[in-house]
Design a protein around this ligand. Structure first.
Ligand code: T1G
Length: 679
């Protein structure tokens, strides 16, 4: 939580030391200020270096202090940076590692910057719903092209330090990272007597080469992130800074920073930042938990999911065999993979060499013996227990001892699947989301007997294939699909009460979802959920849900693939057109069932849908299926498109207040299909 001061002849070295990433907490700021003062008043010191201890220079202001009085407690970061900039002796930032946010702003306030390669530099505040609040928007444009500053600050993009070598941001660049500090000390001794001391604030702002830069970017940001105020605020502060003095620009930036810091969007994004890091804290797993080496993977089933799953491993450089007993589906699956990679190449997302390398790691096979030596096998066959049983009994016979047996099941009982084998502690669920090679979310389903070693191996492997892994217990639908079932159920009930599909979709899309439930269902295929309802009717005959979805499918309206679903569609056009047929179907159904019709406002539509998610999420946490509410948020943000500026269904409910939520749930329970509200 501090910083240390050491001397090297006439050079003082202030080393920021606040693990894990040298976040600039209040205590750190106070320590740096104290050491700076001591070095300035020490007659023997002619130059001062500031650097980081360990892997980072600094990951920025300490996010964990946001929302507390420590954020602005003296010395506030801007005041500290002002002290550095006005120091009477040269202060040199030695960027030894990650240098982000307030960390980069600190380096910018120094008089010189010494860099080395392979360090991450960014002003990522916009990802937290704020903007650089300690001079970053005013100092960076005095060193780098405005085009670079606009991209960096409005997107939070991370740049490698090497890409900035030779720009005015670095006064000296050391190739040999091991010699960084020694070389920097020599540099400090060289500039110790140079006067006047160079101050970034005294440089002129670099004007944009393209005068339409700001206008173009404004239009782009409005389209790309209409619900987030921070990107637009970043652009505004950069643009206005070109017309103001440095001091006026700092003040304007500070005002904008404080306004954003208190915004609901920033609170939501900061919640997500912490939530995404909390998911890795899993009961029974710690640094001492062993893992198994995963050098070879096998996938059973070459369908859409199996092919997508296999791509994740090949793209991560892990050889993978796809087994499908049907030659036609195997060749279809391999073809699907090749065209998917080629499509990424043609879109410029992948280079040809990487495409060929990934394809070289994928092999199609047609008998189980050929996958026996895999370290992990993932079953991705038809979602029916009898089919899973046959596969797992076969795997149990064939797979080498110690192989991990995973199922991609999206709803079925993993404990039952594990019972088909003699090694249930090696069985785990790896629930990928379609398209499996694109969607970031991975539900890692922990069976009753899944060993800690197997679970830990799956969590480490998820990082290797760039997935966000959330651990789920075993229940119908695990976390996301269980919540989705309640969401879609309420959507259909709203139709029975008098809403139209476009009214429901428009309301929830105004809330921030990219696509409402009915447009989404038409895209995914209404027949998919139809099959799930039919299967569930066998296991849960008393389950109450609207028959509208079944009536729609019985009319052959499966969605975009049949050019008719909840909406009508035209050839080569994905536009969803309101359907007169569907409106008649809905009204006829409501009439036959005797459902009273009424006007339902957008706010109620949103609350019925979002609180259905939160209500189910709360039960999922209470039952121990999810470890914490923020894990539920991560699932719904990463797997189901919950708008990130709202923080997640649980964060939304917590912000509303659970007492208010309960009051609204009681109201809903007294309304249409009230019996379905269990809370
Ligand atoms: N403050 C406090 N803790 C932080 C932190 C920060 N800035 N950054 C990371 N951590 C913690 C994180 O919570 C986790 O803790 C551990 O470090 C490892 O993180 C005025 C006000 C730096 C690139 O937005 O991008 O400066 O869970 O898993 O993958 O303008 O963390 O282990 O307890 O992500 O190696 C601006 C955010 C702040 C940078 C490292 N800075 N951090 O990635 O590790 S606002 C940021 C990152 C600001 C000024 C404003 C990444 C990383 P735990 P990790 P990583």
């Amino acid at each position: 939580m501090t910083a240390h001061l050491e001397h090297h002849n006439s050079v003082a070295i202030i080393r920021i030391d606040n693990p894990p990433v040298n976040g600039i907490a209040h205590a750190t700021r106070a320590a740096i200020a104290q050491h700076l003062q001591n070095a300035l008043s020490d007659q023997l010191i002619t130059a001062i270096i500031i650097t980081g201890h360990g892997i980072a220079f600094s990951g920025g202001a300490d996010i964990k202090e946001f929302g507390t009085e420590k954020t602005f407690a003296d010395p506030a970061l801007p005041a500290l940076l002002n002290q550095i900039e006005l120091a009477s002796k040269p202060v040199i930032a030695v960027v030894n590692g990650v240098c982000m946010g307030g960390g980069l702003e600190l380096a910018l306030a120094c008089h010189y910057r010494v860099g080395t390669s392979a360090c991450q530099l960014a002003l990522p505040e916009v990802k937290l719903g704020i903007l650089p609040g300690a001079g970053g928007t005013q100092r960076l444009p005095r060193l780098l092209r405005m085009e670079t500053c606009v991209d960096m600050i409005t997107s939070g993009q991370v740049l490698d330090s090497s890409s900035l070598r030779g720009t005015p941001l670095f006064d000296f660049f050391v190739d040999d990272t091991k010699a960084l500090l020694g070389s920097a000390i020599a540099f400090a001794e060289k500039v110790a007597t140079v006067r006047p001391i160079p101050r970034v604030a005294e440089r002129a702002v670099i004007v944009a080469e393209d005068p339409s830069l700001f206008e173009q970017k404004r239009l782009e940001l409005q389209k790309k992130s209409p619900f987030l105020p921070a990107p637009k605020a970043c652009l505004k502060v950069l643009e206005e800074g070109t017309q103001l003095s440095f001091a006026e620009g700092l003040q304007m930036e500070r005002n904008a920073f404080q306004e954003l810091l208190s915004s609901p969007e920033s609170k939501a994004l900061r919640h997500i930042f912490v939530a995404e890091r909390a998911i890795g804290k899993v009961a029974g797993i710690d640094a001492s938990t062993p893992t198994r080496a995963i050098a070879k993977v096998a996938v059973i089933g070459a369908g859409t999911m199996g092919a997508g799953i296999a791509m994740n491993f090949a793209s991560a450089g892990i050889p993978v065999k796809i087994l499908d007993l049907q030659e036609e589906s195997l060749s279809k699956g391999l073809y699907r993979i090749r065209t998917s990679y080629q499509s990424s190449v043609s879109k410029g997302k992948l280079n040809q060499a990487a495409c060929e390398h990934a394809l070289s790691l994928i092999q199609g096979v047609q008998n189980y013996e050929e996958i026996a030596d895999a370290d992990l096998v993932i079953e991705a066959v038809f979602e029916q227990m009898s089919v899973k049983e046959a596969v797992f009994r076969q795997l149990d016979q064939v797979m080498k001892p110690g192989a991990i047996l995973a199922s991609n099941t999206s709803t079925l009982d993993l404990n039952l699947i594990a019972s088909f084998t003699s090694r249930p502690s090696d069985v785990i669920g790896l629930h990928f989301f379609s398209p499996a090679n694109v969607m970031e979310l991975l539900e890692v389903v922990r069976g009753r007997e899944t060993s800690a070693e197997v679970l830990n191996t799956a969590l480490k492997l998820a990082k290797r294939i760039k997935k966000t892994a959330v651990v789920a217990g075993v229940c119908d639908g695990f976390i996301g699909n269980r919540m989705l079932a309640q969401y879609t159920k309420q959507a259909a009930f709203l139709l029975e009460e008098g809403c139209t599909p476009q009214q429901v979709d428009t309301a929830i899309e105004r809330f921030g979802f990219a696509m409402g439930p009915f447009r989404m269902s038409d895209l995914a295929g209404n027949d998919i959920s139809w099959a799930v309802r039919k299967a569930r009717k066998l296991s849960k005959p008393d389950e109450i849900y609207s028959a509208l979805g079944d009536l729609l499918c019985e009319a052959g309206r499966f969605g975009q693939k049949t050019k008719a679903g909840w909406y009508d569609y035209q050839d080569n056009d994905r536009t969803a057109y309101p359907s007169e047929f569907v409106l008649v179907l809905i009204r006829q159904h409501a009439l036959e069932q005797g459902y009273a019709q009424r006007e339902v406002g957008d706010e109620e539509i949103v609350q019925r849908l979002v609180l259905a998610l939160a209500n189910e999420g709360r039960k999922i946490v209470e039952e121990g299926i999810a470890a914490r509410a923020s894990d539920v948020d991560v699932v719904y943000l990463k797997g189901y498109g919950f708008p990130k500026h709202r923080g997640g269904p649980m964060f939304y409910a917590q912000t509303l207040g659970w007492e208010t939520v309960s009051q609204k749930l009681r109201e809903f329970a007294s309304g249409h299909r009230g019996e379905t509200w269990v809370f």
